[in-house]
Write a protein of this length. Sequence first.
Length: 476
Amino acid sequence: MPVSNPEKMLTREEVLTHSSRESCWVVINNAAYDMTHFLDSHPGGPGIILKYGGRDATAAFEPIHPSDTLENHLKSEYHLGPVSGPVPEVEEDAKSKAPEVTPGEKKPTLGAIINIRDFELAAPKLLPPKSFAYFKAGAESEYTSQWNRDSWQAIRFRPRVLRPIEEIYTSTTILGNECSVPFFICPAGGGKLAHPKGEVLLTKAAAKHGVLHWISNVAGCSQKEMTAAKALGQNQCWQIYAMSDLAVTEKEIKQAVKDGFKGFCLTVDAIRAGKRERDMRMELDEDEAAIYSEEEDESFEKEPTVKRGAIWSSFDWVSFVKWIRTMTDLPVCVKGIQTWEDAKLCMEHGVHPWLSNHGGRQLEGAPSAAETLVSIRKHCPEVFDKCEVIADGGVLRGTDILKALCLGAKGVGLGRGFLYSLVFGEPGVNKAIRILKHEVEVGMALLGVTSIDQLNPSYVDTRGLAFASAFPRAHL
Ligand SMILES: Cc1cc2nc3c(=O)[nH]c(=O)nc-3n(C[C@H](O)[C@H](O)[C@H](O)COP(=O)(O)O)c2cc1C
C-alpha cells in the first residue's frame, strides 16, 4: 500500500522492510518509490526491481533510464517521498563493474585509437562487462552482425586513375538536411552505459562536425534533454518505436515536430526483441534467479531480452502512413527494410527505405544492407530516384560508407561504432567522426572522385558478395 502522507519523511528502517513481491519499494536519489504494482509491467521484468527492493537503486537505475522515467511511467501516488537517511545499496557483481587494471597493464587511451575497430577493442577494457555485452550483442549465433561487416568487405572497388584530384568535397544532404559528411549517428538506446552523460554528448559532437544525429525514442537521455542539447541550426531526427500505448508515441512525435526535429523513422524490425544470448548470459544473475523456484521459472515464456516496453505491432503499410501523416509532413523513413519488395512499397507509400537489420540484433539470418542495396538495384532501381535510401549495419570504415554510396545509398549510419567512441566522452565521438571523414576523403581520392554525387555503381564490383554469403562466420 502506498503511504498515506507523501510529505512525510520516510525512515530508512521503514524502507528496508518493503523488499518483497507483496510490497516492493526502491530508493532513487534519496526518494522512495512503491514499485509493487509496476513489477509485472517493467519491460526488464520484475526480478531486477525485486533485487533492489528496500534498497537504494540509484546506481543501477540511472544508466538505463531517462531522467523523466518515473514521472512518466509511475503513477504519482506511488512516489512516496524523501527518505531521512542513506539506504544500503545492493553490492553489484563483477559483471556490472568496470574492469580493474591489472599491474603492468595500461588502460586504452584515445590517442592510441586510429580506427573505429580500435574503439570496439578498447571498450571492454573500460566498460563493465554487462554494458559491453549490451552493445556488442547480436541475435543468436551473431553471424548476421558479423555478416554485416563481412559483406562490405566482399565488395571490391573499381578505382579510376589519372583524374585531377585537388579538393575533395564530402558534404551532401540527407533527407534535405545539409550534412558535412555522408555518414550519420544511428539511433541507439543505452548511451548512458557508455558514458554517464549519454546521448547528449553524441548530439554535441554531431553539431560540432555538421553530422546528422538520429535520436532513439528509448535513448538513455529524455527527449527534453536531447532537445536542450541541440545547437542552433543543428539537424536532429527522431526515431520511433511505436509503443503498445500509441498515445505515448504520438505525444513524442508531436513534441519532436514542435522542437524542430527534421525527420522521422519508424523502426519496424523489432516488433519482438531478438534473442541476444551474449546479453542474456550477462543478465543471468544468481540473486535474481534465486528469487524463483524451479517450478516458477518463467524464462522464455515472455520476451527474454527485452529492455523496452512492448511494441505496437498492428500497423500495415496503409495504416502506418495514414497515422504518421496526421502528425507530420516531414520526411519519414521505414527503418528495417530488408528486401527490394519492401523498398518498393516504401516508394509507393511516399516514405524512404532505411536498409537495416538492426546491426544483426534482431532476425538471425537477415540480409545485410549491402545485399539489399544490390537487390534493389537489380529489381527496382527506380527506388533510388524516387526515394532517399538509407543504409546501416557493420560499417567500420570510410570505404564501407563509399561502397554503400556507390550502390545508391544517400546516407550511411553507424550504431555501435559511435557508442564505443562515446566511452571516451565527447572527444571520443569527435575523433570517430574525424577518422571516418578522413577515410572517406582518402577513399574518394583513390577512387578518382572529388564529390559525393560522382559516386555510382561503376565504382564497385559486387560479384564477391554472393560467394561470401555462402560462408558466414558465426562467433558464438
Ligand atoms: C546498443 C544498440 C542499441 C540500439 N538501439 C536502437 C534503437 O533504440 N532504435 C533503433 O531503431 N535502432 C537501434 N539500434 C540499431 C541501430 O540503429 C543500427 O541499426 C545498428 O546499430 C547498425 O549496425 P552497427 O551497430 O553494426 O553499426 C541499436 C543498436 C545497438 C548496437
